[in-house]
Design a protein around this ligand. Sequence first.
Ligand SMILES: [Fe+2]
Ligand SMILES: [Fe+2]
Length: 223
Amino acid sequence: MSQPSKPNVAASLFTIHQVITRALDVSIREAKTLAREHRPHASQQYGFLNYLTALISVLGVHHLTENELAFPYFADKLPELPMAVLTRQHREIFSVLGELRVLVAEISSGALGELGWPIVGSTLVATRNLWRPHIEIEERHFDVEKIGEMLPAPEHLRLIAEFGEHSQRHSGPPFLTAPFILYNLPPEIRAIMAKGMPAEVVEHLIPVVWKERWASMRPYLLE
Ligand SMILES: [Fe+2]
Ligand SMILES: [Fe+2]
């Protein structure tokens, strides 16, 4: 996805789509591998369970931010936005995320053993089947160029900061979700996303203080 040269709130929302789309693809591949290899021990899959925990949080909170901030803000500016369809899709995705959250807890506790991975795989596929048509509608209606011209540059920056702050306040744990967002993006887009995060998080917490806490997700992240 190409990035506009100026800050753009629609492009910023779509960057999170990119994070989630990649993470769903990676997670489905890994769940299928684990199911095929009959891996019973949750302790060996600690990193993948952390990755799933971050995915569930980031996806749920992305929709919370849209429901509470983005959709109300754009309701009168984009009157053709199919709000009822989008919010129904959010509810459907929240529902499968709830199932995933329970599965992650049951696998972590050892309650499901190797039986858990095929169910995780099919629940992730169900999530992706809801996700793809949903973002297709959003990306068609939140036209980057049109919204770029609709709002002055300071308003884009204000909205990006407001949405980012809302997401950070509701997602977590931050030592998983912050690196999850940055490292599911290729370096050039990661650098743009990092500018919207607090410098303390990007320069100190992620690389130093939290380093060991998210290291287990490394096999699933980009360099
Ligand atoms: Fe959405
Ligand atoms: Fe979205």
